[in-house]
Write a protein that binds this ligand. Structure first.
Ligand code: AMP
Ligand code: ZN
Length: 118
């Protein structure tokens, strides 16, 4: 599926809604999360509409990993982070709100107080 009319991330991918792209390649781009849980919290988003990771073609795997690595490196430098989490929510029961596949990149520092799991 190329895009979905009422999908917020499709609109950003197509430039209908402006967003600061901190990374971009053929099939993915990264933008700051609108409601960051820590400074620098960003999202890697596919340019085409796929609902979740199960819909994402495995052939995009290498590019996705590269996007995760490049975006994380950019954020680590920019926010003086010493670590990062990659979080990907799939389906409502796992907390997915935007039904267009995306990966949270969360820059971390020691004792930053953020509790992600438990
Ligand atoms: P989830 O679907 O639970 O993985 O979370 C969706 C994430 O997208 C949330 O962290 C939102 O803050 C973020 N978000 C929603 N709309 C926008 C937007 N227009 N620009 C940037 N981030 C957004
Ligand atoms: Zn979409």
């Amino acid at each position: 599926m190329e895009n979905k009319k009422d999908c917020i991330f499709c609109k950003i991918a197509q430039g209908e809604i402006k967003a600061e792209k901190i990374y971009e390649h053929d099939n993915f781009f990264a933008i700051p999360d609108a409601n960051p849980i820590v400074a620098g919290h960003s999202l890697i988003i596919s340019k085409k509409h796929f609902e979740n990771t199960l819909d994402l073609p495995a052939s995009l795997g290498m590019e996705l990993l590269d996007a995760i690595k490049r975006t994380s490196e950019i954020l680590i430098k920019k926010y003086n982070a010493t670590g990062f989490n990659v979080v990907n929510n799939n389906f409502e029961s796992a907390g997915q709100i935007v039904k267009h596949v995306h990966f949270h990149i969360i820059p971390r520092k020691k004792n930053d107080g953020l509790k992600l799991f438990g």
